[in-house]
Design a protein around this ligand. Structure first.
Ligand code: FAD
Length: 482
């Protein structure tokens, strides 16, 4: 009988354990994607992710067609759709790769049990992580909450090997079941907000592989020094590819090992080693989400639930932050890069997050929701970790009293101003000395650069020192209450 292979966040044909198992089982293979928004619980995909998904499904369908197969696309409740497909194809088995978001785990359990009840062979596999969260425990038998010991432990284990899918053609069913067009899922935005996405990205397995190859060959050796410079092409930009499973960590390790063989050492250099450690943070994020499933909406450190957030009448401050109109150039550049490309450099994510939570004293959950809607790499595990880290309320978090000073961050990591000038063109002509604090420039310098504060570029929405002191006071009050 045929096997349904249910694609989810594993939109690739290589290193796909469920697909390989389906091919080994024999019989026809029926590849399926289901847009099941209800199944995502409180976190159905945001706008930017939907754009990515559209492109990625197109790419997956094209690769399947090269192998004499195709992608069956449907919308609705996963269980209902799968039952219908089983009936239509006479499939005897349903295989998929596991996900770790709490709502999805709950849904998948129900799907698995109900399909199995009807006599189907139902199996799930790991293709997303080197180590699945339930396989890793600390000495006390519990989950890790600090990255360094977590990662040391993971590195002491054998790394999972890439799953090689050799088949050049996939056996097709005699009759293909009904499918909707990818366009019918209406994943693309109705306003042309995605124009900049096309230039920035090549979604799909081939694009992911190419970017990894380029990164390892050209950029990785300098990653340690360059990764904090947002104006430089110095990081892998693999995050959306990893989120959608167009590439997996086992493949990253295999590629890094192959590179190590050429140079006689693994990792080939310190840059690659640091990069692999960052991929480890992704693993850690999944570990935390799995073991602390309430963290997308509740701080891991419970005392922060009582934090005295500032009021924001009319949502004015939040709006200024979202639109990149705070008057702090590095913050505004980041928020505009996010809007234009669906991605923001990690250094700047930390700066804008700290700014929202500490300078504006607005809850990290507002930031997490905005990122959820606008990031092409929006990932419940990594986004939750990133926001709770920035807010000081998560595992292994930056201490709350560490307030990123946006001007200093700009000067330190974008001293030449390439990043700010690209994303905040109003400031393009400001001399370096005042680029990150245009309000400090003498009036004539500003006028010469064509900058009129409050007219074509905002004056700062809050004063750094006042905001910083207020944030620290609020934190002290929180501690005193306990
Ligand atoms: P590289 O520097 O090349 O790193 C390689 C890979 O390692 C990344 O693709 C990513 O998968 C992983 N990685 C690196 N840093 C982290 C990290 N801190 N946490 C988890 N994984 C990491 N990342 C997401 O993938 N999705 C999110 O929704 C997300 N939200 C974030 C929110 C905030 C407030 C912050 C501070 C960080 C967030 N990150 C998120 C983590 C990080 O910013 C991005 O993974 C990184 O910028 C992606 O760019 P890259 O692929 O070039 O990373």
């Amino acid at each position: 009988s045929s096997t349904i292979i249910w694609f989810r966040q594993d939109l690739r044909l290589q290193d796909n354990a469920a697909l390989q198992a389906a091919l080994e089982r024999g019989g026809a293979v029926v590849p399926v994607y289901i847009l099941d928004e209800e199944g995502e619980g409180r976190w159905p995909m945001g706008g930017a992710s939907r754009w990515w998904l559209h492109q990625s499904l197109k790419a997956l369908d094209a690769s399947l067609k090269e192998r004499g197969s195709r992608l069956v696309v449907a919308q609705g409740k996963s269980l209902e759709v799968l039952r219908k497909l089983v009936k239509e194809t006479g499939a005897g088995a349903v295989y998929w790769n596991r996900r770790y978001e709490p709502a999805v785990i709950a849904r998948d359990k129900v799907v698995k049990a109900s399909l199995a009840e009807h006599g189907l062979e139902v199996k799930s596999f790991n293709s997303a992580l080197l180590n699945e969260p339930h396989t890793i425990v600390n000495k006390a038998g519990g989950p890790f909450q600090v990255f360094t010991p977590y990662w040391r432990h993971c590195l002491s284990l054998e790394t999972a090997e890439e799953v090689v899918v050799k088949a050049k053609t996939f056996p097709a069913p005699e009759r293909w079941p009904e499918s909707v067009e990818i366009e019918a899922l209406a994943l693309l935005p109705t306003i042309p907000w995605d124009a900049g996405f096309y230039a920035a990205w090549t979604p799909g397995e081939a694009g992911a592989k190419k970017r990894l190859g380029y990164f390892l060959k050209k950029l990785a050796a300098d990653y340690g020094e360059q990764r904090d410079l947002p104006g430089v092409d110095g990081v892998s930009r693999l995050s959306p590819h990893l989120h959608f499973g167009e590439i997996g960590p086992r493949q990253i390790w295999a590629a890094a090992r192959a590179q190590g063989k050429e140079s006689g050492v693994f990792p080939a250099n310190a840059g690659v080693q640091t990069f692999l450690k960052e991929v480890g943070w992704r693993e850690f994020a999944h570990h935390l989400l799995y073991h602390f499933p309430k963290t997308p909406v509740q701080p891991l450190r419970e005392e922060f639930a009582e934090f005295p957030w500032a009021s924001d009448p009319g949502g004015k401050k939040l709006k200024a932050w979202k639109r990149g109109l705070t008057g702090y150039p590095i913050v505004d550049a980041g928020m505009r890069q996010l809007w234009a490309t669906g991605w923001m450099h990690n250094r700047v994510r930390m700066v804008v997050a700290s700014f929202l939570v500490k300078h504006l004293r607005l809850s990290w959950t507002h930031g997490a929701e905005w990122f959820w809607d606008t990031l092409v790499d929006a990932d419940l595990a990594s986004n939750t970790l990133g926001w709770q880290w920035s807010a000081g309320c998560g595992a292994d978090a930056a201490p709350y009293f560490r307030v990123f000073a946006p001007v200093l961050q700009g000067v330190k990591f974008d001293g030449g101003g390439e990043y700010v000038r690209q994303w905040v063109p109003e400031l393009a002509k400001m001399p370096d000395a005042f680029l990150h604090a245009p309000w400090e420039a003498p009036e004539e310098v500003r006028l010469k650069a064509g900058v009129r504060l409050g007219e074509n570029y905002p004056a700062p929405v809050v004063d750094h020192k006042t905001a910083r002191d207020a944030a620290l006071e609020a934190f002290k009050a929180l501690k005193a209450e306990r």
